[in-house]
Design a protein around this ligand. Structure first.
Ligand SMILES: *Cc1c(COP(=O)(O)O)cnc(C)c1O
Length: 459
């Protein structure tokens, strides 16, 4: 199994980024539950024939859809070791829980948060945002929400973000019992950033209406364009208005470890809570994200329960603090090990250089596109996300959308390159997210050539 997987990864560049699954292969996933045993060799052969060739493709050097890391060998082997170790980190005095604790301490250090801050590893950015927003809600509610729920709150809470905020925040509002209407999306400026003046106006208008402004969600690296909300101004505004500052850093927080670009996220360490994704910028195998909270006591107060069957002892297996006191889980896998081993093997500096490399590559592609009359750039390129479309001129918006979707899908189907699309300020755009440590400049040249080739056939 290990040899096969490693050979496959070694030759990844020679394979298509993605390929459609033929019907007979798809049919193999319709068989009923197996009651009798079968040789493991046969099952491995099935994995090799029916699953691996039809993967997402994000380990391939020309995969740039959405925003995904591209994994790494040490992280993958660590996941295997973690599963063999088998520890449940929710409770218990284990080496594994110390690794978990140390890993969140390292991330706290990488993000410039004080030693009094705390962190928790979760399954991804969406959950990391929920952890931060739940602490924000409870702290700002003015009543003991854990006891009473949201019903007796004297004034409805309001959260604020730009119209570029990730959809997981709507899920969070749903889960937190506040509803989508509690999240005000202020119109972003021409560079897709939250506008502090509009934000302040919205906050003051809500106060005048008897609502309770609670929290600003700033995004460091929006999913659509990679734009970074003006963190220092928003932090000042939150301090002045007495609001909680949550930063969604799933795309951009780790820019803080990239020496050439860390100035872009200056001020991120002023957040009361921060969500970041390690399966994105750090290329940890899926899935792992992290929430950091400035105030450890508040963090614990939000989540800790007191179960009679989970009492701490002075010595023995139950003598450690419960990691489940810092998030919504009880049981907890050993996802920390991959991050811990990767950070030890490569060092933070190398991961920082890889982030700089991706940003440099995005700027390179941006400059190449700028010189091309058939390519329209759709947003400023700030980090490693670039928005563009093929625009030969003379086509209406609908026709441009159809043309660009077809270019995108043809590139996926031929397995040459994978980009995704989005709509920003009402206009359709293709989108290249270079969260990929295997990408070279030649790969990006190949993307440009392919867009122009397909585009000029279809136009
Ligand atoms: C990816 C992303 C998320 C969600 O993270 P998951 O790890 O996919 O749950 C949240 N916010 C932003 C800005 C993102 O880019």
């Amino acid at each position: 199994m290990v040899d096969d997987a490693i050979d496959d990864l070694r030759d990844i560049r020679d394979r298509p980024v993605w390929q459609a699954m033929p019907d007979p292969v798809r049919a193999a996933f319709g068989t009923p539950v197996p009651h009798e045993p079968q040789p493991l060799d046969n099952i491995c052969a099935e994995v090799k024939a029916n699953i691996r060739p039809y993967r997402m493709g994000n380990v391939h050097p020309r995969f740039w859809m959405w925003y995904m890391g591209s994994s790494n060998l040490t992280g993958a082997l660590a996941d295997f070791l973690a599963a063999m170790d088998g520890s449940n980190l929710g409770a218990g005095s284990t080496g594994a829980s110390l690794v978990d604790r140390q890993t969140t301490d390292w991330i706290r250090e990488m993000m410039g948060f004080p030693a009094t801050a705390s962190g928790t590893l979760v399954n991804g950015g969406s959950m990391a945002n929920i952890v931060g927003l739940m602490a924000a809600r409870n702290h700002m509610a003015g009543v003991d929400l854990r006891q009473t729920g949201v019903a007796p709150m004297p004034q409805p809470l309001r959260f604020y973000a730009s119209d570029q905020v990730h959809a997981c925040h709507d899920k969070a509002m749903n889960l937190l019992g506040l509803g989508r209407q509690s999240l005000t999306r202020a119109p972003s400026d021409a560079a897709f950033r939250l506008d502090p003046a509009k934000l302040l106006a919205a906050i003051q208008a809500d106060r005048a209406r008897g609502l309770r402004p609670a929290c600003v969600i700033a995004t460091a690296g929006t999913t659509n364009t990679g734009s970074i909300d003006p963190l220092p101004e928003i932090a000042d505004l939150c301090a002045q208005e007495g609001l909680w500052l949550h930063v969604d850093g799933c795309v951009g927080a780790l820019v803080a470890i990239a020496p050439q670009n860390r100035h872009l996220v200056a001020g991120i360490d002023r957040a009361d809570s921060l969500a970041l994704d390690l399966h994105k910028g750090l290329h940890a195998p899926f899935d792992v994200g992290c929430a950091l909270l400035r105030d450890r006591r508040q963090h614990r107060q939000t989540f800790a329960e007191d179960a009679e069957y989970l009492q701490k002892t002075a010595r023995g297996i139950a003598s450690a603090e419960l990691l489940s006191d810092y998030n919504l889980d009880t049981s907890r896998g050993f996802r920390a090990l991959k991050v811990w081993m990767m950070l030890k093997e490569h060092g933070v500096a190398k991961f920082g250089r890889l982030i700089d490399q991706a940003i440099t590559q995005a700027r390179y592609l941006d400059s190449v596109f700028a010189a091309d009359p058939q390519i329209e750039r759709m947003a400023p390129t700030v980090v490693d996300i670039l928005c563009f479309r093929f625009n030969p001129g003379g086509l209406a918006e609908d026709a441009l959308r159809a043309l660009n979707v077809e270019i995108m899908v043809q590139m996926q189907e031929t397995g040459i390159a994978a980009v995704s699309d989005t709509t920003i300020h009402g206009r359709h755009s293709l989108r290249v997210a270079i969260c990929n440590h295997r990408t070279t400049l030649a790969d990006l040249d190949a993307l440009r050539a392919e867009v122009l080739r397909i585009g000029n056939i279809l136009r």
